[in-house]
Design a protein around this ligand. Structure first.
Ligand code: PHE
Length: 445
């Protein structure tokens, strides 16, 4: 079957940015930063993006474009009969793990959107936003409905093939999300006690740097947020033709993604302190702080609608990119139709997600690998372990398996002074840092 291609470089940029910008920037970034001390975490996170994230993003996209295949097939095409493709399967596994909890959280966002549309969230519930949210996620059926709806939408978009609809939606809603975040950041900064939040985010408390788990968390967040190490960017890269230049595109994606995260931190943390919420409250953080802010604002109900609409769309443009990883693989290998591959993979993710959702209530005592709940366990394994390993293999592949000429060719860095710099990073710097953070984080925390 003829493989599809992006219509234009802009199409690729939008899809890749759509993939990168999602719940990771707002929901995950803020609670992980909150749990890991704020300012010092932010610095390690930014360093991870710059030193490891962006160079690896370029690497991942370039491998896909060179091979013109899915995450398993790319390794097989470029290194036939060698074990590199096993990393492709790791990526497919990460996609299943991530989307099954991502969809549950995106379901919460859809539910909030609905509740703002009907007006029920515009006024603070008597028990407060925090307790109302906890009650909602710990019930059995309601969150499953929203999780199922989100998965249904994701499958629907992916089976439709290359995405006129979502590309267009992204073009409209990403700017709305950005503008809303900026307005909210401005508003949040006027809250009483806002400066404490700003200080929390921007004044590093160096003492947390002695905790190895902070580094693992920052590295995992960088991978998650840039959609790295799953094979998403490899798959998206495989729909690019050779004439597009990659380095500027990947730097652009990295900067955009980081801006969204930092700005959402400026929205969330002032509110955290103004409303006396614990910065380390974990995954519920944004679902409590944002409604608190909205309820104080003029037209807060309307802002709530717009915000959760934009957030849901940002989540969809990311979730489709995750589902595309197994779908691209299955369509090639099994010769199934796109439809069949999307529905089947999506269904499995939905079922896995049921466990994640129940883990917030009925099954809350199930805590594999000692994390808070099923979701945190899956997230930890995928984001903090699988994705960095995926990234490590990509770096080794481009840095050591490719000849220098092949590597520079693949990334369009042949005639650029940055070529040697990039090569040095993916050959030495990134792998060493990832390995050190790993050993430290896994054995000493
Ligand atoms: N980067 C996405 C987000 O921030 C999530 C994602 C992770 C997408 C891994 C693809 C692959 O929401």
């Amino acid at each position: 079957m003829q493989r599809e291609n992006w219509a234009s470089r802009l199409g690729f940029m939008l899809a890749a940015m759509g993939s990168a910008v999602g719940l990771g920037n707002i929901w995950r970034f803020s609670y992980v930063a909150g749990e890991n001390g704020g300012g010092a975490f932010l610095i390690i996170y930014l360093a991870s993006i710059l030193i490891i994230g962006i160079p690896l993003l370029l690497t991942e996209v370039s491998i896909g474009r060179k091979a013109q295949s899915d995450v398993v097939g790319s390794y097989q095409t470029l290194a036939p009969k060698q074990p590199w493709f096993l990393a492709g399967f790791l990526g497919v596994g990460s996609a299943f793990l991530i989307l099954s909890f991502y969809s549950v959280v995106a379901g919460w966002a859809l539910y909030y959107l609905w509740e703002y549309i009907t007006g029920s969230l515009s006024i603070e519930p008597t028990e407060g936003y925090g307790a109302a949210f906890e009650t909602f996620i710990s019930t059995t059926y309601q969150p499953l409905f929203w999780h199922g709806l989100f998965m249904f939408i994701t499958i629907f978009v992916v089976l439709a093939g290359v995405k006129q609809g979502i590309e267009l939606a992204n073009k409209i809603f990403m700017p709305i999300l950005a503008i809303l975040l900026l307005i909210l950041a401005g508003y949040s900064l006027t809250l009483d006690g806002a400066m404490e939040g700003v200080r929390f985010l921007f004044t590093p408390d160096w003492s947390v740097l002695s905790d190895p788990s902070v580094y693992i968390a920052a590295l995992g967040q960088a991978f998650f947020s840039l959609s790295l190490g799953v094979g998403t960017m490899m798959t998206y890269g495989s729909y690019l033709s050779k004439e597009h230049r990659l380095p500027s595109a990947t730097v652009g994606i990295g900067i955009m993604d980081t801006l969204f995260a930092v700005i959402s931190g400026i929205v969330i943390f002032p509110a955290v302190f103004a409303f006396n919420i614990e910065p380390s409250s974990g995954p519920p953080l944004v679902f409590i702080t944002l409604p608190d802010i909205f309820s104080q604002m003029p037209f807060g109900g309307l802002v709530g609608i717009l915000f959760f609409l934009a957030l849901s769309l940002a989540a969809i443009s990311s979730s489709i990119s995750i589902l595309e990883v197994p779908v691209a693989y299955l369509v090639r290998v099994t010769k199934w139709s796109r439809k069949k591959a999307s529905v089947l993979s999506g269904l499995i993710m939905f079922i896995l997600g049921i466990a994640v959702s129940l883990g917030m209530g009925k099954w809350k005592d199930i805590t594999p690998i000692g994390k808070r709940n099923i979701m945190d366990s899956m997230d930890y394994i995928a984001s903090n372990i699988f994705l960095p390993i995926g990234g490590l293999v990509m770096a080794a592949f481009a840095g050591w398996y490719f000849t220098k000429k092949q590597a520079l060719d693949a990334t369009d860095l042949k005639d650029s002074p940055l070529g040697n710099f990039w090569l040095f990073i993916i050959r030495f710097v990134a792998p060493i840092i990832i390995i050190v953070i790993f050993i430290n984080g896994i054995f000493f925390s």
